[in-house]
Design a protein around this ligand. Structure first.
Ligand code: C2O
Ligand code: CU
Ligand code: CU
Length: 843
């Protein structure tokens, strides 16, 4: 599949509309006919005009359903402008009919030779926003005294270098001569131009939609872009009361188009005619289709195998740590966590067990669970017996900044720190993990992470009323992927990446649940409450049941949902949690069903395979010397994605592939005592829902996540298509421990707008409080998104707005970051300070 063509089409953005494909007649002396067909989303009823250098109209025509005919006389002018004015079109993104005023026009500019050649060869002509920008630039340069050919060269170079080369994940496909009619065909056969331009049109229309632009504003944006190209500065421009950074908006709409297109392709929602368009562009849709079908059939085959297996280990129940103060019933609790390395952990799998040296708290074989109640005064001691600095960060907690365990307050080897705070927030499935600067990924991966279950009167009452499963029907499932080295004398070492090796972050090839691979949980035919923790460094899971049964989500990161939501799958990014109810009552004794991760759209990366190591596909993609179709073929042929030389010869599980996680064996018959709550008691604090009316700042705080080369605005490709230094940035910045990035008033209720300009999903996490999602791409939150969260999975091109209230207790400095831990360690992180006197006053 030649993704590069599709990349290219995202690299440019067009007003949803105007591609007028002309087919030339012959170059005979008297009359030549340009006839055209128009793509989807054509401009209808536009006046098409051919003008000469002096602006004299030589021919006109009206577009009908995008078709036009234009008769020209002998060509005797130096250059020509083909212009489309007024008309209307259906916007591809909004599906609304947009009517253009008579003064709004799209143009393209051609030399006499070019036009004649097009007429002769019947090449298509494009009138697009880019060609309009191009024409505008040429005119400016001519006005400034350039001659025609140098003006054209300059304009083309500017656009190529700025709008195409550096903003495209795949430079170079179409070469530098991309703009005017005929040039498309050097890379694409004639009939592919339509699909190409159409997709660019969609991209622009996303931008128009996301910005809520009127046609006149869209034209203003185009003017602004041509100014930016000329002065080299991507300005924010004002439209109404918004600041718009045009190049960023272009990136965003492009990325979104890519994501939406691949999602539709993945979900089989592409029409045959659309698939045809992609086929014509050289995009191997069928191979992609097959690969999705393969993913699904591989998953069912794997599930079949596991359902029959007689060797699955029993699910480990994570041990709850004992309160050291000897009185578990007083409102105080003390725990000590000694971070140890070289703990020999037995890993069980369906194929036997082995020893893996890991880091663990308190020499325990398994991650520990803290169970405590709201209102308790906690003393949590860290004793760092590692060779490096460590901390314990209390993920999802509303606690003072100096107790938050961020990288600003490291605990040196052989040192202790007591974290003391009072828990005052609703019951939730929280967790904790090390957070030292640049070492978080490794320490978590090596085994340091724990579960923290907070309960409150609401949950206790629901449990007592049998409205919520409890006891041994309340089970934590800690899901993590790991990569093990080959066995040497019964020992398999954990393999951890060099953090520069893989832009996806650390992906493992074995999925562990509570420390075992593919375990089974023996259950009765009743309702169970599972707390699903994605404590993987980088992997997303699309949790589902193997037989397609629905289950009920009752809680998110920050606690219970007011109203449970029934789903058939749920996508969880790293650090995210959901509490679900699985009802086994419809099963009979002896039945088995599996918890799986269903295939999903893992973004562009999944299409190329998870293996993006520096020396191979990534760099070739960067250099553009191999198209992604070849890469895809390579992956398809290479079932073992073992390009990480020296790491492992095992299959690394591709991002978005399906796999099985855990088997439920229905072994016991019982009458289920539980009638699940349908709505939380009205006095539950967690029912609060913030709205825009609660915000105390008029301006939204922006967080823009991107990856790539900082010099070109966070795009993936370096100047000249060379291998750039890969950066992981938020708002264009990598982490600086001495810099506070955002200042927030204590007591403020703020809206944060988080945008993902990169081609992969990132889990954005912020400390200090729990947040609520207002909307995604302007669509109000619903269902599971109504729950409180501390981590939000932001898809490519997506804008997620969240709202949260910072309180007095939050005074001080906290982190926000991508919770792909390798991204965090690489600097995709920043500080925000609540209140004027941060705890780290010096920072
Ligand atoms: Cu779970 Cu700042 O992290
Ligand atoms: Cu956190
Ligand atoms: Cu990330």
């Amino acid at each position: 599949m030649k993704l590069n063509s599709s990349y290219k089409m995202f690299s440019m953005s067009l007003l949803a509309s105007a591609l007028l494909i002309g087919c030339g007649g012959n170059s005979d002396t008297t009359t030549q006919t340009l006839s055209g067909s128009v793509i989807k989303g054509p401009i209808d009823n536009a006046t098409i005009m051919l003008k000469d250098v002096s602006g004299r109209i030589l021919a006109t025509s009206i577009s009908k359903d995008g078709k036009f005919e234009l008769n020209t006389k002998k060509l005797d002018s130096n250059f020509y402008i083909l212009e489309s004015q007024s008309g209307s079109y259906e916007d591809e993104a909004t599906k609304k009919i947009v009517t253009l005023t008579s003064t709004m026009g799209l143009k393209t500019l051609l030399t006499k030779t070019e036009l004649q050649e097009m007429l002769d060869s019947k090449k298509p002509i494009a009138i697009t926003p880019e060609t309009t920008i191009y024409a505008t630039l040429v005119k400016k340069f001519i006005d400034n005294g350039d001659d025609l050919s140098s003006a054209m060269n300059k304009a083309q170079t500017l656009i190529t270098n700025t709008m195409i080369k550096d903003s495209s994940p795949m430079p170079g496909l179409l070469g530098d001569k991309f703009l005017r009619e005929g040039d498309f065909t050097t890379a694409l056969p004639k009939d592919q131009t339509e699909a190409f331009a159409r997709n660019r049109a969609v991209s622009f229309s996303y931008m128009v939609r996301d910005l809520g632009l009127e046609p006149k504003d869209a034209f203003m944006v185009m003017d602004e872009i041509s100014n930016d190209l000329e002065d080299g500065v991507a300005d924010g421009i004002m439209i109404g009361d918004r600041d718009i950074n045009t190049s960023q908006e272009f990136s965003l709409s492009r990325t979104k188009l890519f994501q939406d297109t691949t999602t539709r392709m993945q979900n089989g929602q592409m029409s045959e005619s659309e698939k045809d368009e992609f086929r014509k562009m050289g995009f191997d849709v069928d191979r992609f289709d097959d690969s999705m079908k393969n993913k699904e059939s591989n998953l069912s085959a794997e599930v079949e195998r596991y359902l029959k297996s007689t060797t699955l280990p029993l699910l480990n129940i994570l041990p709850t740590i004992e309160d050291e103060d000897g009185n578990p019933n007083d409102p105080k609790a003390t725990y000590t966590f000694t971070a140890n390395k070289d703990v020999n952990v037995t890993i069980k799998s369906p194929n036997g067990s082995w020893i893996t040296p890991m880091y663990r708290y308190n020499d325990n074989q398994l991650p520990l669970v803290v169970k405590t109640a709201r209102g308790n005064q906690m003393t949590l001691n860290l004793n760092n017996q590692l060779d490096d600095d460590s901390t314990i960060h209390w993920h999802g907690f509303k606690i003072p900044a100096d107790m938050d365990g961020g990288p600003d307050l490291p605990v040196a080897p052989n040192r202790n720190k007591a974290y003391t705070f009072k828990m005052d927030q609703p019951a939730a499935s929280l967790w904790f993990h090390p957070h030292p600067d640049m070492q978080t990924g490794k320490q978590v991966y090596m085994g340091l992470a724990g579960v923290y279950l907070l309960e409150d009167n609401i949950t206790k009452t629901l449990e007592a009323q049998n409205k919520l499963p409890s006891g041994d029907k309340d089970v934590v499932l800690l899901v993590q992927d790991r990569r093990f080295a080959d066995e040497v004398n019964g020992v398999r070492e954990l393999l951890y990446m060099d953090k520069n090796m893989d832009i996806l972050g650390m992906y493992g090839d074995d999925i562990l649940v509570n420390g075992s691979i593919a375990p089974k949980h023996e259950v009765s035919n009743a309702q169970y409450r599972y707390r699903l923790y994605n404590v993987s460094n980088a992997r997303n899971y699309n949790f589902a049941l193997s037989d397609g049964s629905k289950f009920t989500v009752i809680g998110t990161d920050g606690g219970l949902l007011k109203n449970p939501v029934e789903v058939d799958q749920i996508l969880l990014g790293p650090a995210q949690r959901v509490e679900i109810i699985i009802d086994f009552s419809k099963y009979s004794i002896g039945d088995k069903v599996m918890l799986v991760s269903k295939p999903f759209n893992g973004g562009m990366m999944s299409m190329m395979g998870a293996n993006m190591s520096g020396g191979s596909m990534m760099s070739r993609m960067m250099h553009g010397d191999q198209n992604m179709g070849d890469m895809m073929n390579e992956n398809q042929n290479n079932q073992n994605m073992n390009g990480n030389q020296g790491m492992s010869n095992q299959t690394m599980i591709n991002n978005g592939i399906g796999f099985s996680i855990l088997r439920f064996d229905i072994t016991t018959d019982e009458v289920d005592p539980i009638t699940l709550y349908t709505e939380l008691p009205s006095n539950a604090q967690i029912n609060i829902r913030y709205t825009l009316a609660d915000t105390t700042n008029s301006k939204e705080r922006q967080f823009i996540m991107s990856m790539g080369n900082m010099q070109n605005g966070g795009n993936m490709i370096g100047q000249n298509g060379s291998m750039p230094q890969m950066n992981f940035v938020i708002n264009g910045k990598t982490f600086d421990p001495k810099r506070v990035d955002e200042f927030i008033e204590a007591g403020a209720t703020e809206v944060w707008s988080i945008k993902n300009l990169s081609p992969m999903a990132h889990p954005f996490h912020a400390h200090a409080i729990q947040y609520q999602i207002l909307d995604r791409d302007g669509i109000p939150a619903s269902g599971v998104d109504l729950g409180w969260k501390d981590t939000f999975l932001i898809q490519p091109g997506e804008i997620v707005r969240v709202i949260g209230k910072f309180e007095e207790i939050n005074k001080g400095d906290y982190m926000y970051h991508c919770h792909i831990l390798e991204h965090e360690d690489a600097g995709m992180m920043g500080y925000f300070r609540v209140g004027d006197s941060g705890v780290l006053g010096e920072q």
